[in-house]
Design a protein around this ligand. Structure first.
Ligand code: ADP
Ligand code: MG
Length: 620
């Protein structure tokens, strides 16, 4: 605030002094030396910081920055006795810089506000006392209380109480989520009504909020091509213009000896040459797009992924938890007369597993309090539980084959889980999952855009075909282990055309390697799962495939705005450069070409944070 007032005061004082001096020296005082001294003083008042910065940068080996160019141009004007112009240009430049800073700060602030999910306190329960602490000071296992209107500070499980949670800051989902004792809650959600006693499961640095903030704050790592282009461009462009300016000042003058005129034109050259319109507005545009996406529950790990998802033309999907809800229900247990026994056996093995199939079986079996088994989970196949006397094998055909257990194959549509004890099949369980609400619509929208869709699954071929048909996916591959998924994806990537981009969409369970291998890895619906967040480039926090379409829309709009800025800024600059070379544009034009264009480009970039959600697909 203070700094602002100072800058404004300096601009106003310099402006008034400049006007008075112009009037005085044009009409009243006729002393060239005095004129030079007075204008030099005003020049220093308005431009000293630019001069100092230019000198500092030169000492650090960074010659061609805008401070240097402005210094060179205005000092040049001074030397050829355009005193008033030198001061005026510097003044105008400072005004432009002021507005530029203002616009940048304002948009950064609005982006930050979008992502303001950091909790500021946690209330810990110690016996019958409530202690207000910073979330960083809470440990896993501590009991905290969250009252209505407060943000949940750490991930945990509700011990007592129930409430409607507003998870919109995390997921972009506006419908409240009802939670009660025993359920897991994520930090960053807001408790809208009840009082919740929560057992903390993860320390702050490990909680969802920290992870999201980390991700959003570190987006700069993977830069978009446009962003890298601008950095490289600025490095070559400015020296080229400076050399051009020197040539423009010297060569024609050798023929017509009009040194002053050509020097003037060359100085204009220098002023327009600052690439700051691009250097500031392009990253800001991407930053805005990323911020806007995060408000919709879509996290981009870098601006390059905005570019990638915009271009992606092959989408490969995981089945369970991605196209389907990942909520299985037991459909059938065979043989029916041994139902309870089969479920009980299976539940012994599945008890500790996080796989959605396991959850459905454990639920159907009810309480199992047998704990003396050693559990081995085999990704993409199933589970083996063994103790001194028994060995229970629960899983698909592949697992049975591997274990050398002969089975009666079941041809029912659904995921078939065979259950064997001590190498003898006892029966099987058929579980089934259903399509997510928006899966078919999203797949259709992608297909309509000419995007190829493929489904990879570890499930059996019959069920895979059934789901693929329902979702409208033409190509699918079944019976894949997690490694096979990588191999299939690599095949797709090897056969694509060079410019094609392959996206993989998964739920993060068993598919981290594929997420990493794809050009763009998109994980969804499992914000709690660490490996998914780490392995993917884009995270859809809402468990809804339509996030893909939203991400694509935001990405393509952001790209469009960035391109507009690049074309607009370069076009104006080239025009002014040509006009100055031929003497049609003076230094005022040049300053507009620099500061004015930067300001307009920044305003344009700010549009990226204000995309209206286009409800092409709504979960009605
Ligand atoms: P998807 O490719 O459909 O996401 P997964 O790779 O997670 O599925 O699992 C593939 C298959 O492996 C499942 O369809 C199931 O037959 C078997 N499987 C995996 N985990 C388990 C488990 N915990 N219990 C039983 N079967 C399992
Ligand atoms: Mg899966």
């Amino acid at each position: 605030m203070k700094k602002n007032t100072f800058v404004i005061a300096r601009i106003i004082v310099s402006f008034v002094l400049l006007i008075i001096s112009i009037i005085l020296f044009d009409n009243v005082i006729n002393n060239l030396v005095l004129k030079g001294i007075v204008f030099a003083a005003i020049y220093l008042l308005i431009g000293y910081d630019i001069l100092l910065r230019a000198i500092k940068n030169i000492l650090h080996g960074r010659i061609f920055d805008e401070n240097f160019l402005m210094t060179l141009a205005t000092l040049g004007a001074f030397i050829i006795s355009d005193y008033a112009e030198a001061v005026a240009v510097m003044l105008f430049y400072q005004i432009g810089e002021y507005f530029q800073d203002y616009a940048v700060n304002k948009s950064r602030k609005s982006i930050k506000e979008l992502m303001d999910i950091r909790p500021d306190k946690a209330v810990k329960i110690d016996g019958d006392k409530e202690n207000v602490l910073s979330p960083e000071d809470i440990k896993a296992g501590d009991l905290i209380v969250v009252k209505p209107g407060e943000r949940i500070p750490l991930d945990g499980i509700i011990l007592k109480g129930s409430a409607n949670l507003d998870t919109s800051a995390l997921t972009g989902e506006s419908v409240l989520r009802y939670c009660e004792a025993g359920e897991e809650v994520l930090s960053g959600s807001i408790n809208t009504d009840g009082v919740l006693y929560i057992t903390v499961m993860k320390e702050f640095y490990d909680s969802t909020v920290s992870k999201i903030l980390d991700m959003v704050e570190n987006v700069s790592e993977k830069k978009a091509k446009a962003e890298n282009f601008i950095t490289r461009f600025a490095k070559y462009y400015t020296p080229i213009v400076v050399i051009g300016a020197i040539l423009l000042a010297v060569i024609p003058s050798l023929f017509d000896s009009m040194w002053i005129m050509w020097t003037q034109r060359a100085l204009n050259f220098l002023v327009v040459s600052c690439p700051c319109a691009l250097v500031i507005s392009v990253p800001l545009g991407f930053f805005g797009g990323i911020g806007c996406a995060s408000k919709e529950g879509i996290l981009f790990k870098g601006s390059s992924y905005l570019e990638m998802i915009d271009k992606a033309d092959i989408f490969v999907f995981d089945k369970t938890g991605t196209i389907t809800k990942g909520k299985f229900e037991v459909q059938k247990v065979f043989p029916a007369e041994k139902k309870e026994y089969i479920l009980h056996l299976a539940a012994i093995a599945e008890k500790g597993s996080l796989h959605p199939i396991a959850k459905s079986i454990v639920e159907a079996a009810g309480e199992t309090d047998i704990n003396d088994y050693e559990i081995e989970e085999i990704a993409g196949k199933g589970i083996i539980a063994s103790n001194k006397s028994n060995r229970i094998v629960v899983g698909n055909e592949k697992l049975m084959e591997k274990e050398g257990i002969s089975i009666d194959i079941c041809r029912d549509i659904g995921t078939v889980i065979y259950v064997a004890k001590n190498n003898v099949q006892e029966g099987y369980i058929v579980v089934a999952d259903s399509l997510k609400e928006n899966s078919a619509k999203v797949i259709k929208a992608l297909n309509d855009k000419g995007i190829k869709t493929v489904m990879l699954t570890g499930d059996n071929a019959d069920y895979a075909k059934d789901i693929a048909d329902k979702a409208g996916i033409s190509e699918y591959k079944a019976n894949l282990l997690p490694v096979d998924k990588v191999i299939e994806l690599e095949k797709i990537m090897a056969h694509k055309e060079k410019q094609q981009v392959v996206a993989f969409v998964g739920d993060g369970i068993n598919d981290a390697p594929v997420l990493m291998r794809a050009d763009v890895g998109i994980s969804m619906g499992k914000i709690g799962s660490d490996s998914a967040i780490e392995a993917s480039d884009i995270v859809l926090m809402k468990d809804d495939l339509s996030g893909i379409l939203t991400a694509k829309t935001i990405a393509s709009k952001t790209q469009k705005i960035v391109r507009e800025n690049i074309v607009f800024a370069l076009a104006i600059k080239v025009i002014i450069l040509i006009l100055s070379a031929f003497g049609f544009a003076n230094m005022w034009w040049a300053v507009f070409g620099d500061v004015g264009v930067a300001f307009l480009a920044i305003l344009n970039s700010m549009r990226t944070i204000k995309f209206k959600k286009k409800k092409s697909i709504s979960a009605s």
